[in-house]
Structure formats: C-alpha cells, structure tokens
Design a protein around this ligand. Structure first.
Ligand code: COA
Length: 382
C-alpha cells in the first residue's frame, strides 16, 4: 500500500443555511479544497451523505456533485453510513489512493437538514426500525438511555454532562465556521429545556446544514500541491448491532473501541500518543463514552474529563477543539470530513486561537446511529 496524505481542505460555515442548496454547499466546500491544493481536476470523488433522499428528495449524489464542480465523467460515488457517512467516505478515498488505483481523490460530505423534513424521524431511520423506531425511540431517547446506563454504572452526573457542552461551546466560540459561536454556563445547560431526560437542549448537537471536503494523494506526490501535507497514519472502521438492546452494555461503545484498535495498530501509535482529538459528541454523553472507548481516558472516568479540564484546550488531551458537533454543528453526512479538517488544520498549525501547540498526531472519530458504526482516522504531521 502507498502512504497517503491530505493536501487540501475546504468547508462551508455550518448552521441553518436557508439560502444554500445541497449542491451549492458541496461546490463551495469542494472548490475550497481544490483551491487549497491548487488543482483543477480529480481522479475520483466520494460523497458522504446520510439522507438527502429524505431531507431534500435528492438521491444519486455521486454524478450530481461531480458535474456540479465541472468533473462529469470521473468515478464518483455516494457513501452512506448514517452520521458516520463522512468518515466512511474518507476511508473509501484513502483505500483508493493507498491501493494505487487513483492519485488525486476527493472525500467530501454534505447534508441539508433544514428544508422542511421531519428531521427527528429521518434521523431515526438509522436506528433499528423493528426494535427501536417503531416503538417511538428517537436518537435523543436512545442516547438518554446510554446516559442513564453510564450514570448507573459509573456514577456520572448531569453536571458532568453539562461540562462537556460548556467546554465544546467554549471551543466553538473561537471557530468562525461554527453554528453556535457562544459560550454557555453549567447553569444554562442544566436550566435548558428537557429533550429526553437526562438530556437537555444544551446537551444536544443541533440540526445543521453544511459541507466539507478534503483532497487525498500519495504522500510522495504531496509536495506538488502543498507545503503542509498531513499524513493519514491509520484508519479503522467497525460495527455493532443497530439496537442498544442487542449490546452487552449500552454504556460501552464496542464499535468505537474496535475501530480505534484497528487505527492505532495501523498507525503504530497508542492513545497516549494522541495530542488532539475530534470525537463524535452528537449528545454530551456520546463524547464521554467515546473518549473512554478510544482509550483517551480510563473506562468509567469520561464523566469527569471535561469537568476537570482534561479535555479542554490547554488540558492533557484537548477534545473537540472545533466546538465539536455540539457547537460547530452536525450536518450529519458532512461531520466526519469536518472533523478531519479540524485535525489537519491543527497539525498544519493553522488553528489560530484554538491551536494545540506543537500538535503532531491527532485523531478523528465519527459515529453512526447510537454507536452501530464508527470510523477512526489517525493523522500525523509530515
Ligand atoms: N444547541 C444549542 N442551541 C440550540 C440547539 C442546540 N442543539 N438547538 C436549537 N438551539 C437554539 C436555537 O438556536 C433557538 O434559539 P433562539 O430561540 O435564540 O433562536 C432555540 O434553541 C430553539 O430552537 P429550536 O429550533 O426551536 O429547537 P428545537 O426544540 O426544535 O430542537 C433539538 C432542539 C435539541 C431537539 C434539536 O436540535 C435536535 O433534535 N438535536 C439533535 C439532532 C440529532 O439527533 N442529530 C443526530 C444525532 S445521532
């Protein structure tokens, strides 16, 4: 296999983008990535997208998006893995370049959630229909069950959950692309409206529109496109049952653990080597479970991590310096690519006020459903 680098990145602002279309957002992100690398052609395109068919009635995104950027004719495929679609698209692009099949491949993600669809119902199609959704379970409800299980097993508190939101809003306030650029306090989180107990509005990621794109090429060609390539050191993808009831414990995300094990092994590093991480905080409890499953903190100790400052900028292992899904926004199919962009920018030293000084190795973890699929990528400064 060839070594692979990311040589260009581009993304839209995330938020309620009522004036932007699905294809327009994609084109903005894709042309940004191509301009960043100074290229005017692609050998291939993967588009991560969860549910454009349901959100805006548009399927068949591969050829649509390729022609939108003047690339009609290239191999172009949509990749779907619920909220992990972006991460899965990045992995597909990585494999295509690493295999030697193609040289310059774009991995992108796009989602338009604000267009009138019943968002909660559309998202719930990624849950187990027979065992969960038909009985009324939505993702806030399923993550509430995960939170209750974590609280019962490890003593995690509602205040611990609130600190995750406080930290991520603090980071997001410094991110010009974020949906919510405002700080929140523990009191505000705990006073926000209940969505699915113990989860409140300010524990939840929002409903977002947006797109993101990265360009991959063989590492030995990267100097043609950029002075600051970032190498993909490892990739891992793993799955678990869709339904929470079929898992050993709802509080333990085995797909996240397994995807991390693969990625760490391939990269030849361990959790202790990670200096900055983007993890899938679709709800505050998800960040807690993910940092445990990734081995960034001990199992059961995730609850205290944000409260103790461990995962904040300046802490031992800064997590979600972009603001995470909570504050930056969560246009589901775009999220995995946007996470990769945050890590690439950190390793390039271009993160401004959010910069983790001297960061050389970073990790991005993107998850589908209530943890039924997980993709981990580990990146290294060249
Ligand atoms: N975080 C912070 N503020 C939020 C927010 C969020 N997640 N969601 C909405 N807001 C703000 C809005 O900006 C608005 O503020 P304003 O009154 O100052 O304009 C206010 O809260 C009410 O917004 P509204 O759109 O009416 O909220 P809602 O009740 O319709 O939706 C949630 C709130 C939490 C239910 C919705 O964001 C949601 O479903 N999130 C989860 C998405 C999800 O499941 N993703 C997939 C994960 S697997």
């Amino acid at each position: 296999m060839r070594e692979v680098a990311i040589v260009g990145v581009g993304m839209t602002h995330f938020g309620e983008l009522w004036n932007d279309s699905l294809r327009g957002m994609f084109a903005e992100a894709a042309s940004g990535a191509m301009a960043d690398a100074g290229v005017d052609h692609l050998d291939g395109l993967y588009v991560g997208n969860m549910a454009a068919g349901q959100f805006v009635g548009q399927e068949h995104l591969g050829p649509l998006m390729a022609s939108q950027i003047g690339m009609a004719g290239i191999p172009a495929t949509r990749v779907e893995s619920a909220c992990a679609s972006g991460g899965a698209a990045l992995r597909a692009a990585y494999i295509e370049v690493a295999s030697g099949m193609s040289d310059l491949v774009m991995a992108a993600g796009v989602e338009k959630m604000n267009d009138g669809a019943d968002v909660t119902q559309v998202l719930a199609t990624a849950a187990d229909q027979e065992l969960e959704a038909y009985h009324g379970a939505t993702f806030p409800a399923l993550y509430a069950l995960i939170a209750r299980a974590h609280m019962a097993t490890y003593g995690t508190t509602e205040e611990d959950l609130a600190w995750v939101s406080v930290k991520n809003h603090h980071h997001g306030a410094m991110n010009p692309k974020a949906q919510f650029r405002r700080e929140v306090t523990v009191e505000q989180v705990l006073g926000s409206s209940k969505v699915a107990e113990p989860l409140r509005l300010l524990h939840c990621s929002p409903v977002s529109d947006g797109a993101a794109a990265v360009l991959l090429c063989p590492l030995d060609q990267a100097a043609r496109y950029t002075k600051r390539p970032v190498k993909i050191l490892g990739t891992g993808l793993a799955t678990a049952s869709l339904s929470l009831a079929d898992r050993k414990s709802p509080a333990i995300l085995d797909a996240v653990k397994d995807s991390a094990v693969h990625a760490y092994k391939m990269a030849g590093v361990g959790p202790g080597d990670i200096q900055v991480a983007e993890v899938h905080d679709c709800f505050a409890i998800a960040e807690i479970c993910c940092i445990e499953a990734l081995g960034l903190v001990e199992q059961g100790k995730g609850g205290a991590a944000a409260r103790d400052g461990l995962t904040a900028l300046g802490g031992k292992i800064p997590v979600n310096t972009s603001g995470g899904l909570k504050s930056k926004g969560h246009p589901v199919g775009a999220t995995g690519i946007a996470q990769a962009i945050e890590i690439v920018e950190q390793l390039r030293g271009l993160s401004g006020d959010r910069q983790v000084q001297g960061a050389e190795i970073g990790l991005a973890q993107n998850m589908g459903g209530s943890g039924a699929s997980s993709v981990v990528h580990i990146f290294g400064r060249v």
